[in-house]
Every structure is written in structure tokens, then in C-alpha cells.
Design a protein around this ligand. Sequence first.
Ligand code: DGL
Length: 270
Amino acid sequence: MKIGVFDSGFGGLTIYRSIRENLPQYDYLYLGDNARTPYGSRSFEAIFRFTTECVRFLFSLDCKLIIIACNTASAKALRSIQQKILPANFPNRRVLGIIRPSVEELGKDTKTKTAALWATDGTVRSDSFGIEIAKYAPGIRLIQTACPMLVPLVEAGELNNQGADYFIQKYWNETAALADDIDLLLLACTHYPLLLPRIRVIVPKNVRILVQSDFVIPSLVDYLRRHPEIESTLSRGGSQRFLTTDHTEGFDRLAEVFLGHPVESENISV
Ligand code: DGL
């Protein structure tokens, strides 16, 4: 059986890339719901429905374990899928998100106890990171800023220009206005790591910038070690398939930017 990696579109490829580099032995299916992206501004009900459809589809293609490599879907759909869909329909399959490992890392790394987070509007409004921080890293003040222009900038390939700098500066100004002792900034959206070189130039040097793939991968490795009943069912062919709900030309073009190598995707409907 395979490992499925799901995202609303391309962004999850930043997480998938690191997963595959670190665990190349398994067989992977990546599914991007490009036809309905972005999820960032959609309702809870829509994101839950879209994510559940994609999870069911990946299960139908023999995925044992699915990583929801999308913060917005992790924030709005993961808990309900784990609590309602899996026990009733897929008791032996697992779905993991990327919020909890991020929160554990925030808790360890801030010295001032004031951390900032940049994410989509949907993730910020759900306050999923705030709720998890209260559970796993209590005592930390979390400054959350929605950065709605950053996903469209990345999707349009506008990574290295003054337009990107304008919005990064604007969002940093909004963040910094809310607290003067921030020592960490978590990029809690799959697309933002592609803007990391620009963000590093604009955000002050004393603020450490955290990228989720750095701790999602160790957390996944640890999960597989602690769950041999899952790990032992995973096939080891080293294969990868890329599936998209939209047209393949567009997927292949942008996936190359995210992955650094050419890709041949397949169009599917969930
Ligand atoms: N993948 C989404 C996330 O990490 C960003 C793109 C979207 O809004 O769908 O929040």
C-alpha cells in the first residue's frame, strides 16, 4: 500500500519533496485539488467536503496513510475526518496533518514566548494553531497574520520581484505592530517557503523563520517507527504518481518550480 500526500493544489509539493527525499523507499501518490484551489478563503463546510472527497479517492487507490500537506485543510477538516470518517468507514487507514508537529516545534523554540505565524485567511480564522498551542505549548503568545496575497503571487510565478517584497513588508509591518518581542515566525502555509529568500531579507535577523518541512518529516519518521502495523503494510517500490483535478499542463509547469524536476501528472476527478 502507498502513502498519499494531499493538498489543495501545488503547495503541498514543498512538503512532499522533503518527505520523498527522506523516505525514498515507499510508493507515493500526490493529489492536488487544483480545480478547486485555493482553499484558503473557503467555508469550513466546503473545505471539509473537498478534503473528504480527496481522502476517499486516495484510499480507493490503496493509500494506507495520507498526509494532509495543507494547513487550511488540516485546520478545517482533519479533526472531523479522524473522528467521524475513519472509524466508520476506514478503521485501518490513517490520516495525519501538519499542524501538531508545527506547534510542538514552536513551543520548543521561542525564548521570548511570543511567536508569529503567517497563514491563509482560513487557517487564521479557524484558530487551529491557537487551539493546539493552548494544548501542547501553553504559555506561548501567538501572533497570527493572514497573508492572502502570498499564495496568488507564488501560483503566478511572481517569486522574485518587487511585488512580492511589497506584500512581505506589508505583512511583516502588520505582525510587528502587534508585539515587539517576536523571536520566531512560522510559515504556516505550504506556498510560503518558496518566498523564503525574500522573507529573510525583510524580516529582522533576530526573528528565526521556521519552515514546516523541517519538522513534519522527523515527525512522520517517528510516527512510522512507532506504528509498525502501518509501516509494515507500505510497499517499497520507490514510485511516485502525481494526480490533479485540473489540467495536467498547468500542473506539470508549476510542479517543476516546486520540485525542481519535470513531472508528468494525470488528470482525475474525485
Ligand atoms: N495549501 C494551502 C495552505 O497550506 C494554501 C493554498 C490554498 O489556500 O489552498 O494553507
